[in-house]
Design a protein around this ligand. Structure first.
Ligand code: 5GP
Length: 118
């Protein structure tokens, strides 16, 4: 769990200080349902430790980022969207549409998603 002084909203969810529908958690990662889902399946997958944006990830986080991708793959299967299809989105900074400054990956599925994004 994050121990950094700068604990974010999502860090507080990982620490279970704020309620969320957590679908998976281990020592490195927490996955929980988005409070305002944009698709029938909308899960947020975060590192437990504070990384504000993808720009702040370092070589040390290489394994962690790979683990997040494989967790997304597994959750997609468990939630029944692996075969129908899904999208993983990571918004970085203002122009990317990031609103919560704790690195997170959206796992979206359960409907046909359009492209390109707005
Ligand atoms: P971003 O725009 O930063 O890529 O995505 C932030 C996401 O976090 C949004 O989809 C938003 O609905 C979700 N979100 C914001 N606050 C909370 C919260 O307190 N709990 C949960 N479960 N999701 C949140």
């Amino acid at each position: 769990m994050p121990t950094e002084p700068e604990t974010t909203l999502f860090g507080r969810i990982a620490r279970r200080e704020i309620p969320a529908q957590i679908v998976f958690q281990d020592e490195d990662i927490t996955a929980f349902r988005d409070v305002n889902p944009a698709a029938p399946v909308h899960i947020l997958i975060i590192p437990n430790k504070t990384i504000r944006t993808l720009n702040d990830a370092t070589q040390e986080d290489e394994r962690l980022l790979g683990k997040i991708m494989l967790t997304a793959q597994r959750l997609a299967s468990e939630l029944g969207i692996a075969d129908s299809g899904y999208r993983i989105v990571m918004n970085c900074n203002h122009d990317g549409g990031q609103s919560v400054y704790h690195l997170h990956f959206h796992l979206l599925g359960g409907r046909r998603l359009t492209w390109p994004p707005g």
